[in-house]
Design a protein around this ligand. Structure first.
Ligand SMILES: NC(=O)c1ccc[n+]([C@@H]2O[C@H](COP(=O)([O-])OP(=O)(O)OC[C@H]3O[C@@H](n4cnc5c(N)ncnc54)[C@H](O)[C@@H]3O)[C@@H](O)[C@H]2O)c1
Length: 276
């Protein structure tokens, strides 16, 4: 068996791929041979007001940090097929339509990366907003549920599937000022283990990435001094790179990882270790 990560002939759907980790995942899966659809609420050609999606979406739009369609074009330049689809993962009808379009236009759906997430709700517990609590649960948890449930029958039919959920060390260690976010990321680990149990008989694996601090555009929007403090808690004393996460995802989606399921793989620079 070759040790190469070869995803030729596979079709992947990456949610939240307008920038950051999702964009790196989409490009990496394509470099490994997969055709890739990117689904995001933000696409460059969309003129609608993204204010309801919170400050991060507004900043990204204002600064032109939305690359959904351009990433799909980059993937096509690699010789793969690609789709950029505007889709709100909290809306089941949109998710169903997205999955139907992927299967219709790309022929199947073998790999799902549940990456869409909200990272802009930071407040200590008494000041956590109940509206944002609800939104975070809907995007981070219900969104992953919606996408996995819509993709499942297609994976089951082919007897092969890979689901990767983007969790976080906030879900395993807690997150100061991140009650809703850390709760959703902990919840994803339960979903991951359950889908791993139920998927095995259909050839479907389900794993989670427990990411630490990764230097995405969203990370650089945040307070630089706080970022340095957090990075110093890793054993490498630096944030990770989006490619570090994408590499782990490519492995989990490959045949090399066919006996790996139900794990939360830390890509965290050892932030959970007792570093001093
Ligand atoms: N960056 C980090 O340090 C880090 C650490 C741990 C976990 N994560 C997780 O990785 C994932 C990606 O993080 P990122 O840093 O790239 O963040 P990001 O904000 O740059 O990307 C999130 C993407 O999700 C999209 N999105 C938000 N709501 C959506 C919805 N309802 N439907 C569809 N798309 C939606 C956004 O438009 C954006 O493209 C998230 O799940 C995040 O929780 C990130």
């Amino acid at each position: 068996m070759s040790l190469e990560i070869d995803l030729s002939g596979r079709v992947a759907l990456v949610t939240g791929g307008s920038r950051g980790l999702g964009r790196a995942d989409a490009l990496t899966l394509a470099r490994a041979g997969a055709d890739v659809a990117i689904a995001d609420i933000q696409v460059e050609s969309d003129e609608s007001d993204v204010a309801e999606w919170g400050p991060l979406a507004l900043v990204a739009k204002a600064q032109g940090i939305v690359y959904t369609e351009s990433t799909a074009r980059e993937i096509e330049e690699l010789g793969r097929r690609a789709l950029a689809i505007k889709c709100d993962v909290t809306d089941r009808a949109q998710v169903d339509a997205t999955v139907a379009r992927v299967v219709d236009e790309l022929g199947s759906l073998d790999i799902l990366v549940n990456n869409a997430g909200t990272l802009d709700h930071a407040a200590q517990f008494p000041k956590q907003s109940s509206e944002l609590w609800d939104r975070d649960l809907r995007v981070n948890l219900t969104g992953a549920f919606n996408c996995a449930q819509a993709a499942w029958p297609h994976m089951q039919e082919r007897g092969w599937g890979r689901i990767v959920n983007m969790a976080s060390v906030a879900g395993t260690l807690g997150g100061f000022g991140q009650a809703s976010y850390s709760t959703t990321k902990a919840g994803l680990l339960g979903l991951t283990r359950t889908l791993a149990m139920e998927g095995a008989r259909h050839g479907i694996t389900c794993n989670a990435i427990v990411a630490g601090i990764i230097g995405t555009e969203a990370f650089h929007f945040a307070n630089a001094e706080m970022n340095e403090r957090i990075a110093n808690r890793t054993v490498f004393k630096r944030p990770g790179d989006p490619q570090d996460v994408a590499n782990a995802i490519a492995f989990l989606c490959s045949d090399l990882a066919s006996y790996v399921t139900g794990v939360g793989l830390n890509v965290s620079g050892g932030i959970e270790l007792f570093a001093f």
